[in-house]
Design a protein around this ligand. Structure first.
Ligand SMILES: Cc1cc2nc3c(=O)[nH]c(=O)nc-3n(C[C@H](O)[C@H](O)[C@H](O)COP(=O)(O)OP(=O)(O)OC[C@H]3O[C@@H](n4cnc5c(N)ncnc54)[C@H](O)[C@@H]3O)c2cc1C
Length: 357
């Protein structure tokens, strides 16, 4: 029997977890990722002023499988527990409990749960999942074509131009495909293939503008995280400092500010410079109201996450069609969190294995 060849589209935690499970089960796995790095929204930007985690800030772990994974990642030096100093409101002097996630503050059920993050930076949380399968970076898959014999051909649009038309470029033929990308992008690829995928169109995801700001030296804030500081600001958080002593991470005080979903919608098509300026101004005025004097700002960059947070999930761990050989997965299946993404990846891998072994 020939080895089943499986494609996984997207190298976020969903796709990488699925790919790793399939590879360890003996399948021939090929991951396609449009960017040049792994981790997706577990994102880290390196700059002359040190590193910034500008996507997810931390993971919580409730499911036994994810708890096990986080423990293993800690042992491998790819994850650490994070106990930041939260903001303490001055008026009643009560220590504010840490809410449940930078994108889920209305849900405080995780107040006492541990926070974990990748180390030395957030994107490293996926490092243990890179377990030996083939990864094709800088490859954006735009279409899947079903062939005879229960096989599928993958295409990108980045092939050579012939006249004014871009010729689709083939990336091979596979026995099964997992599509592990945000719901609206997943819908574009999968909805033309089968009405079974129509449900993806009902999923909603909110954007988030993330602004990275470096102060010349440490700002005397007295806290590391300040969630829900203002209706326009969902998260203010200090970035980790895991570098050797001479590195920029130790010289500059680096903060990530996430705009609220509504503010991000309202400013979705603004340019990064405008957004950076507006959010910096808001941050400075918030700090001034708290009598915090900030050092000079030496760096400011804004990043737009067009699909950051799942607002309305699918309600099931994955979706499959075409004899179970095409599977859609991602955080948007069950929730807005890293853990939901991890579980969806596992569920997608098991679904593919049920038909492709
Ligand atoms: C600003 C922000 C803050 C967040 N904060 C938290 C938090 O504190 N805690 C928490 O638990 N969660 C948080 N989240 C959510 C968390 O990041 C996600 O739930 C999780 O990372 C989703 O993983 P994923 O693999 O499903 O998707 P992604 O991480 O989005 O991975 C999808 C991958 O697919 C690639 N891709 C897309 N289209 C294609 C294509 N056509 N071809 C090839 N590759 C493609 C992308 O480049 C990406 O690498 C946050 C997210 C954001 C954006």
């Amino acid at each position: 029997m020939t080895l089943q060849k499986i494609a996984v589209i997207g190298a976020g935690i969903t796709g990488l977890n699925a790919a790793c499970i399939l590879h360890l089960a003996g399948l021939d796995v090929h991951v396609f990722e449009k960017s040049r790095g792994l981790g997706g929204r577990l994102a880290t930007r390196r700059s002359d002023f040190g590193i910034f985690n500008h996507g997810a800030q931390f993971a919580t772990a409730h499911h036994p499988d994810f708890i096990k994974y986080v423990k293993m990642a800690q042992q491998k030096g790819a994850a650490e527990q994070w106990v930041p100093t939260p903001h303490v409101p001055q008026q009643n002097n009560n220590t504010r409990s840490i809410p449940g996630g930078s994108l889920d503050r209305q849900n405080h059920q995780d107040s006492n749960a541990g926070w974990f993050r990748g180390t030395p930076a957030m994107n490293n949380l996926v490092a243990p999942l890179d377990c030996g399968f083939t990864i094709n970076k800088n490859t954006r898959i735009s279409a899947i074509r079903p062939l005879d014999n229960e096989q599928f051909e993958l295409f990108s649009q980045e092939g050579p131009r012939s006249g004014h038309r871009i010729k689709p470029q083939s990336h091979g033929i596979f026995d099964g495909v997992i599509v592990a990308i945000p719901a609206p992008q997943c819908a574009e690829i999968l909805m033309p293939l089968s009405p079974r995928f129509d449900g993806i169109g009902d999923v909603t995801m909110a954007p988030c503008w993330a602004v990275m700001i470096a102060f010349q030296n440490k700002a005397a804030t007295g806290f590391d995280v300040l969630p829900d500081a203002h209706p326009d600001i969902a998260w203010i958080g200090r970035n980790p400092n895991n570098a050797p002593s001479a590195a920029p991470d130790n010289m500059f005080d680096r903060w990530t500010v996430h705009a609220s979903p509504q503010w991000s919608y309202d400013h979705l098509e603004d340019d990064a410079e405008t957004v950076g300026h507006l959010i910096e101004t808001r941050l400075q005025s918030l700090f001034k109201d708290m009598n915090i004097t900030t050092p000079p700002i030496v760096m400011r960059q804004a990043h737009r996450w067009r699909y950051a947070r799942t607002i309305k999930p699918l309600g099931q761990s994955h979706l499959s069609s075409l004899d179970g050989r095409i599977v859609a997965a991602g955080d948007w299946c069950m929730g807005a969190r890293i853990e939901a993404a991890f579980q969806s990846g596992e569920s997608a891998a098991r679904a593919i294995m049920a038909v492709c072994k």
